[in-house]
Design a protein around this ligand. Structure first.
Ligand SMILES: [Zn+2]
Length: 361
């Protein structure tokens, strides 16, 4: 086992001493690790991991542990995200502007060079958002704030006064193209962001008529015209064929807050897997249910609920872009938030080995 020097005790980790053990709490991820160990000694030891001491230095200072034991313990604490390897110093420009983002990213990576690399990758990432209304406009804003550097916005709509109560637009923008207005706003968050806008409705010919860049890292569907199912299927088909991770942004119409699914091609359940599983489950759920019918029925739009869908989609988008798929909260799951019960209902949907799109055959 090789020794890792330059280990540092992560700032985000809380330490809770107990009678015969110590609990380590990774605050950003909210995961805990309990070790049966003397709390006074481990606290003293952890203070020595300051990013510049070698294991031998620490061993010389602490007479209760030998080098082999320290090596085993430090490797374990590194593996468990308690200690991080400080193999590359953070540039001052990065810590000045992004120390909170760095703190979050440290909980996902084992070394500072990996954190720096993740931020560089976020800056290089290209995200295509289709539909920049109530959900899409806020997803874009959140992603711009976590350093995502390139966007493609697809939307044919202009800002209407009825949009203002739930979308990221203002009265002065009425009549302007949503994609262009959003591009301007994001430039105010980060002037280095590169944005391409496509003023076009998503239809059967969209992917034939528009030659898209081949370096898109993520597609997020927030288009609901003529329906979320129609647009999601078109996008999912294109994304599966081109091996691009994609997210259904979710929304609030009819089903109240649907938290859309995150799909990593051939790794997680795909759109077809969901379609089949939900059709079968819906048949069971809807057995004997009487359908109401009212002509021209309109439902309201409640901004905090579309905000919830966009926040959670942005959270998964962030994890997709830093390639931490094991932390995705919306893959292989159909999630709905109930405003009545104030809780999330989660249906686990497995990747189907016989799926038409992603199955083994
Ligand atoms: Zn599938």
């Amino acid at each position: 086992m090789s020794a890792t020097n330059n280990l540092r005790f992560r700032q985000s980790v809380g330490v809770i001493p107990k009678a015969n053990s110590v609990e380590f709490f990774r605050a950003n991820i909210r995961e805990s690790l309990v070790l049966k160990i003397d709390s006074n000694k481990i606290l003293e030891l952890l203070q020595s991991f300051n990013g510049s001491n070698s294991l031998q230095d620490i061993c010389n200072k602490m007479n209760f542990i030998d080098l082999d034991q320290l090596q085993t313990l430090s490797n374990f604490l590194k593996k468990e995200f308690i200690l991080i390897e400080q193999d590359l110093p953070y540039p001052l420009s990065l810590t000045k502007d992004n120390y909170r983002l760095i703190n979050i990213l440290e909980d996902y990576f084992h070394s500072t060079s990996e954190v720096i690399n993740a931020i560089e990758n976020l800056k290089k990432s290209k995200v295509m958002i289709i539909g920049v209304g109530a959900v899409g406009s806020y997803i874009a804003t959140y992603l711009a704030k976590v350093q995502v550097g390139k966007f493609i916005f697809v939307d044919s709509d202009v800002v209407d006064i009825s949009n203002l109560h739930r979308q990221h637009y203002f009265e002065k923008n009425i009549g302007e193209k949503k994609a262009d207005v959003l591009a301007e706003h994001l430039k105010e968050i980060n002037n280095n962001i590169e944005i391409k806008t496509i003023h076009c409705l998503l239809n059967d010919d969209f992917f034939k008529l528009n030659s898209l860049d081949d370096d898109i890292n993520l597609i997020i569907n927030c288009a609901d015209q003529p329906s979320v199912d129609y647009t999601s299927k078109l996008i999912a088909k294109y994304a599966m064929e081109n091996n691009i991770p994609h997210i259904v942004g979710g929304g609030y119409n009819l089903h109240l807050t649907l938290i859309g699914q995150t799909i990593i091609p051939n790794l997680t359940a795909c759109f077809k897997c969901f379609e089949k599983a939900l059709y079968e489950k819906n048949l069971i759920d809807l057995k004997g249910v009487k359908k109401l019918h009212r002509e021209g029925r309109k439902l309201g739009s409640y901004p905090p609920l579309s905000g919830l869908a966009s926040s959670l989609a942005a959270l998964d988008a962030f994890k997709v872009l830093i390639k931490k798929y094991e932390y995705l909260q919306q893959s292989n799951r159909r999630i709905e938030f109930s405003i009545e019960k104030n809780n999330f209902t989660i249906r686990e949907i497995e990747k189907d080995p016989n799926c038409e799109w992603c199955g083994e055959s």
